[in-house]
Design a protein around this ligand. Structure first.
Ligand SMILES: [Mg+2]
Length: 106
């Protein structure tokens, strides 16, 4: 999958989410919902990172699926892109500018 295909998926997913959950929501409510969702997904990723490092209780570690870490990383990326879409951020341009800034630091 290339970046353009990912952004096309985000467009479709954004429309689907609005159709299923946000038909009567304001733009601010959609932004808030996506921000809260991002926090939820970050929490799930943190849980996977703790498990990856073995920093969880034994009973919790035994229930963890170690293959879930990639899924949670993907959830954070997708949710971030959905938030950017809701806020009309040109994420391709934002990433380009950020990468340029990071490269200039070196
Ligand atoms: Mg998740």
């Amino acid at each position: 999958m290339n970046f353009q295909e990912l952004l096309q998926f985000i467009d479709l997913e954004s429309k689907r989410l609005i159709q299923n959950y946000g038909q009567n929501s304001t733009e601010q409510e959609i932004i808030l919902a996506r921000t809260v969702k991002l926090t939820e997904e970050l929490g799930e990723l943190c849980n996977e990172v703790l498990a990856f490092n073995g920093d969880q209780r034994e009973d919790k570690l035994n229930k963890m699926d170690k293959n879930n870490l990639p899924n949670e990383l993907a959830d954070v990326i997708i949710t971030t892109l959905l938030l950017a879409k809701a806020m009309d951020v040109d994420i391709r341009e934002a990433l380009k500018n950020k990468i340029e800034k990071i490269n200039n630091r070196c």
